[in-house]
Design a protein around this ligand. Structure first.
Ligand code: URA
Length: 232
């Protein structure tokens, strides 16, 4: 690939800024300063940019704490999408949300450009766990809890076994291993209740980072990328 592409992808900067750094002689490849932006380099080359090692990352994985009012899509004519919460320089990465949270649901949304890993995480056969905190309109009875845990009919589909932990009469966390449209809301509706607030607190064994305020995001650590089966 071109040197300016490597530098801009590795540093998260624009191609123009990357060309400027290269022109100024601030980029060395395998120990030699290269001033040609179009020079051919590969992923395993050792690059130092302005004194710092730059590692080429093929894929990006972001943990976002999605706020209400944003849809889990890459583009929409009418509504704000979760990509609108990222700075402009992310636009060239072709990021997309791995899975969907409703417009009024908050919490952990993974944004990536790694299609294969996203596909694996969302595939029903992989039974990837998703944990939600739910606030309910009415108290959740032990009987309704058990009914939901065993599987309920959400309109022609019987949900797979789920796990519910009650925190109070009207608050609980529910863990499911599938992701049907409006699934959690429909599961509580199936027993005559209603979800009034929903937040995803964990995805694929990764808890939502408590330091992320609504609308904030951070890169997954290498350890976290490994946990979800991504590529470091
Ligand atoms: N289940 C729902 O009902 N909504 C979501 O956003 C996620 C899971």
């Amino acid at each position: 690939m071109r040197l300016d592409k490597f530098v801009s992808d590795a540093m998260g900067i624009t191609r123009k800024d990357s060309k400027n750094l290269i022109k100024k002689g601030l980029v060395s490849v395998n120990g030699a300063i290269i001033k040609d932006s179009g020079a051919n380099v590969n992923e395993t080359d050792s690059l130092i940019v302005d004194g710092k090692r730059a590692e080429y990352k093929k894929f990006i994985y972001l943990m976002m704490n999605k706020p209400q009012g944003y849809i889990s899509a890459t583009d929409d004519k009418k509504q704000k999408t979760v990509l609108d919460l990222l700075p402009e320089n992310f636009s060239r990465y072709d990021l997309f949300p791995a899975g969907r949270l409703d417009i009024d649901t908050e919490g952990f949304l993974l944004l990536t450009n790694d299609g294969q890993t996203a596909h694996n995480l969302l595939s029903p056969s992989k039974k990837v766990g998703k944990e939600y905190f739910a606030r309910l309109e009415k108290p959740l009875t032990d009987k309704d809890k058990e009914t939901i845990e065993q599987g309920v009919d959400i309109g022609g589909y019987i949900t797979k076994p789920a796990k519910i932990e009650k925190h109070s009469d009207t608050e609980c966390t529910i863990t499911i291993v599938e992701g049907k449209f409006h699934q959690v809301k429909k599961m509580f509706e199936a027993v005559g209740n209603k979800v009034t607030y929903l937040k995803r607190v964990s995805f694929a064994s990764l808890p939502l980072d408590p330091n992320l305020a609504l609308g904030e995001y951070r890169y997954l650590t290498d350890e976290e990328v490994k946990t979800i089966g991504g590529t470091i």
